[in-house]
Design a protein around this ligand. Sequence first.
Ligand code: 5AD
Ligand code: SF4
Length: 563
Amino acid sequence: MARAGVYLETFGCQMNELDSELVAGRLRALGYEMTPNPEDASIVLYNTCSVRELAEQKVWSRLGELKSRKAKDPGLVVGVLGCMAERDGEALIRRMPVVDVMAGPGELDKLPELLDNAVRTNASLAREMPGGIRRADGNLDESALRSAGQVALQGNTSRRSSTLGAAQDDLELLDLSRAISPTDHNGSAYVRITRGCNKFCTYCVVPLTRGAEMHRPPEHILDECKRLADAGVIEVTLLGQTVNHYRFEHAAAESVNGVVQPQKGRAYKGGHDRDPFAGEDVTTFADLLHRIHEEVPAIQRLRFVTSYPRDFGNDVLQVIRDCPRICRYLHVPAQTGSDRMLQMMNRGYTVGQYMEFLDRARSYLDQPEIGRPLTVSGDIIVGFPTETNADFDATLKLLRDAKYKNCFIFKYSPRPGTVAYEKIEDDVPDKVKRERNNEALRVQAEISDEISRSLIGSTLGVFVEGPSKKAKKAAGLSHGQIRQAGQVELTIGGRAGTGEAADGGVATIKPDAEPVQLSGRTDGDHIVFFDTPAGETPASMTGRIVPMRITDADRLSLHGKPA
Ligand code: 5AD
Ligand code: SF4
């Protein structure tokens, strides 16, 4: 018999998306059924992000919305996963007694156990409810409900001492147990190569929530890539907070129960060339990229995010240049264009060093003449404490010099527990942050627009990801369904407005309906929109790389026609 329906919503970064996929796979294997609609679910899980306050606020409001539902349906199980669970701990439960289960990013392997526990507790709670918790007027007794809630919480708060570090082996097992099905993807997948971060940028909560940097054994990564390729995946994005610092020392490898263990990240020892201390028994990031490219040729596109601007070796640039299936795309955040701010952020490089890196990367990789330009994207924080107009002007200059395809621009958000929060007053008024944010967005828009327009008329390979958000909305899919990857996207019909998925994922085609708009990405990560060509369906197009003539462009996307 199928177990309770689970709704799992993901906030934040790609690392969280991968964590959610792994968790969903584990739960499915245990008989839980995943559902794209929270209303149909008896277990609602949020995989959360703490990087900025705004991301947390969204989760608080979702949890708030569940309050009244849980009052009516005490059997409902609510779980908070990811960074908020790690960071807020008991405080989160105190503020939101609706929460039954919490698991930080380092404890996700324990989630099935915790859920089982909570489901059982809540079910017996629900049976007791009518007499025990309802007041004479038939309404629920809030205080009785709260104390009942506390019962369900046992086992969550008490086990928190084991977070970070100690659970690493089990986390590797979670990655290793990844369920890969030939139908449950749209041709693209994430593969984790490192987890955690040792950089301690002063504004950032990630080292506190995801713990110390750990590097996965290369054999595990290669094996995962091969299994994905066997299941039909043709695009792989390698994930790590500072992905280019990947390094595995085989001589120091340790095994537990026959499983090679991930290794702690060590200080990078090299300069711009291959780490001179890395002998044959070390797999560097360049070695790893090369091995995946050579040993898993079915992966037609290999990407990686996010790169740290310091210690990006020429050996990596050479491998990208020489391997045709590695994308010429770098996401390499500068964060600010002011040396003073960089120092206060503890970023460990100067603007000069950052620009030197970009120049070096472009000298190796930017080859528009052979149809292989390098595209670069970035992240910027505006309004870091003490940021002056002059500092901000330096950031605008960096945007103009760096020529990002796109840049994520964030207003500084003070995060409790970080050095900046504890030691530096958040003295830039929100109004100023907003103005700087808008100005930086405006400058970047001009640059993005120019880069996009330069591509009009060219023919680029586009990896088709599936119906565009617009098409999914038109087909009447709910917010939850739109957010779900894979299956749902594949089962949308051939034309907009039909909504219903029929046999084999091909819906009835209304003769008067408009073609479904699809979206995809170029090698350089430009988003391309185009209509499903005649004789094809979204399902038949999804997961393929299709040559596309670029007909139009705006700052965020390109429009094309199959060539
Ligand atoms: N405030 C604003 N932006 C932040 N980022 C990380 N921490 C903060 C913060 N406290 C941004 C950085 C990082 C991206 C993932 O989020 O730009 O690269
Ligand atoms: Fe955060 Fe800095 Fe690590 Fe990136 S490198 S995750 S910004 S601490």
